[in-house]
Design a protein around this ligand. Structure first.
Ligand SMILES: [Cu+2]
Length: 119
Protein backbone atom coordinates (compact mmCIF):
# COMPACT_ATOMS: atom_id res chain seq x y z
CA UNK A 1 0.00 0.00 0.00
CA UNK A 2 2.70 2.47 1.05
CA UNK A 3 4.65 1.55 -2.05
CA UNK A 4 1.65 2.33 -4.24
CA UNK A 5 1.10 5.75 -2.62
CA UNK A 6 4.80 6.52 -3.08
CA UNK A 7 4.57 5.52 -6.73
CA UNK A 8 1.55 7.78 -7.25
CA UNK A 9 3.39 10.69 -5.64
CA UNK A 10 6.38 10.16 -7.90
CA UNK A 11 4.11 10.20 -10.96
CA UNK A 12 2.21 13.28 -9.75
CA UNK A 13 5.43 15.17 -8.99
CA UNK A 14 6.73 14.30 -12.44
CA UNK A 15 3.55 15.62 -14.10
CA UNK A 16 3.68 18.86 -12.06
CA UNK A 17 7.32 19.43 -13.09
CA UNK A 18 6.48 18.92 -16.77
CA UNK A 19 3.46 21.25 -16.66
CA UNK A 20 5.39 23.93 -14.75
CA UNK A 21 8.41 23.88 -17.04
CA UNK A 22 6.15 24.05 -20.09
CA UNK A 23 4.20 27.05 -18.80
CA UNK A 24 7.36 28.84 -17.65
CA UNK A 25 9.06 28.38 -21.00
CA UNK A 26 6.00 29.83 -22.81
CA UNK A 27 5.47 32.84 -20.54
CA UNK A 28 7.55 35.85 -19.77
CA UNK A 29 9.62 36.09 -22.93
CA UNK A 30 10.67 39.64 -23.73
CA UNK A 31 9.98 40.66 -27.33
CA UNK A 32 11.55 43.86 -28.60
CA UNK A 33 10.51 45.54 -31.85
CA UNK A 34 12.00 48.53 -33.65
CA UNK A 35 9.18 50.29 -35.48
CA UNK A 36 9.17 53.21 -37.89
CA UNK A 37 6.11 55.42 -38.16
CA UNK A 38 5.77 57.51 -41.30
CA UNK A 39 3.05 58.69 -43.70
CA UNK A 40 0.90 56.52 -43.50
CA UNK A 41 2.37 53.26 -42.28
CA UNK A 42 3.95 51.50 -39.36
CA UNK A 43 7.02 49.45 -40.35
CA UNK A 44 6.76 46.55 -39.64
CA UNK A 45 3.02 46.65 -39.98
CA UNK A 46 2.26 43.44 -38.10
CA UNK A 47 3.66 42.49 -34.71
CA UNK A 48 3.32 38.88 -33.65
CA UNK A 49 3.90 37.78 -30.04
CA UNK A 50 2.88 34.98 -27.72
CA UNK A 51 0.39 35.23 -24.91
CA UNK A 52 2.21 36.32 -21.76
CA UNK A 53 5.15 37.95 -23.53
CA UNK A 54 6.48 41.24 -22.30
CA UNK A 55 6.41 43.47 -25.37
CA UNK A 56 8.72 46.44 -25.84
CA UNK A 57 8.12 48.71 -28.83
CA UNK A 58 10.77 51.28 -29.74
CA UNK A 59 9.02 53.54 -32.22
CA UNK A 60 10.41 56.44 -34.17
CA UNK A 61 8.43 58.81 -36.35
CA UNK A 62 10.71 59.59 -39.25
CA UNK A 63 8.89 62.19 -41.35
CA UNK A 64 6.71 64.15 -38.93
CA UNK A 65 4.90 63.70 -35.62
CA UNK A 66 2.61 60.68 -35.39
CA UNK A 67 1.09 58.73 -32.53
CA UNK A 68 0.62 55.13 -31.53
CA UNK A 69 -2.43 53.63 -29.92
CA UNK A 70 -3.28 50.04 -28.95
CA UNK A 71 -6.55 50.44 -27.11
CA UNK A 72 -6.76 46.85 -25.82
CA UNK A 73 -3.53 47.38 -23.85
CA UNK A 74 -4.09 51.02 -22.80
CA UNK A 75 -1.30 52.24 -25.06
CA UNK A 76 -1.50 55.80 -26.33
CA UNK A 77 1.62 57.79 -26.99
CA UNK A 78 2.65 60.76 -29.05
CA UNK A 79 5.60 60.21 -31.37
CA UNK A 80 7.51 63.45 -31.94
CA UNK A 81 9.49 63.53 -35.18
CA UNK A 82 12.92 61.93 -34.91
CA UNK A 83 12.62 60.93 -31.26
CA UNK A 84 12.53 57.26 -30.24
CA UNK A 85 9.62 56.49 -27.92
CA UNK A 86 9.39 53.25 -25.95
CA UNK A 87 6.13 51.65 -24.90
CA UNK A 88 5.91 48.45 -22.85
CA UNK A 89 3.08 46.12 -22.01
CA UNK A 90 2.36 42.49 -21.24
CA UNK A 91 0.42 40.65 -23.94
CA UNK A 92 -2.11 39.19 -21.51
CA UNK A 93 -4.97 38.89 -24.02
CA UNK A 94 -5.10 36.66 -27.06
CA UNK A 95 -6.38 37.91 -30.39
CA UNK A 96 -5.82 40.49 -33.10
CA UNK A 97 -5.71 44.12 -32.07
CA UNK A 98 -5.48 47.24 -34.23
CA UNK A 99 -2.54 49.59 -33.90
CA UNK A 100 -3.56 53.10 -34.87
CA UNK A 101 -1.99 56.49 -35.31
CA UNK A 102 -3.34 58.78 -32.59
CA UNK A 103 -2.26 62.10 -34.07
CA UNK A 104 -3.84 63.55 -37.17
CA UNK A 105 -0.90 63.48 -39.53
CA UNK A 106 -2.39 64.17 -42.94
CA UNK A 107 -5.21 63.27 -45.28
CA UNK A 108 -4.63 59.51 -45.03
CA UNK A 109 -4.19 59.55 -41.25
CA UNK A 110 -7.20 57.29 -40.68
CA UNK A 111 -5.61 54.64 -42.92
CA UNK A 112 -2.43 54.53 -40.84
CA UNK A 113 -2.96 51.21 -39.12
CA UNK A 114 -1.03 48.17 -38.01
CA UNK A 115 -1.90 44.95 -36.31
CA UNK A 116 -0.85 43.24 -33.10
CA UNK A 117 -1.36 39.48 -33.06
CA UNK A 118 -1.18 37.71 -29.70
CA UNK A 119 -1.12 33.93 -30.13
CU1 LIG B 1 -1.87 59.96 -38.08
Amino acid sequence: MAKRIYKNWVILTFIVIIVLSFSLSKAGTVKIFEIKAKKYIFEPNTIRVNHGDKVILNIIATDRAHGIGIKAFNIKSLLPKGKSVTVEFTADKKGEFPIVCTKICGWKHFKMKGKLIVE
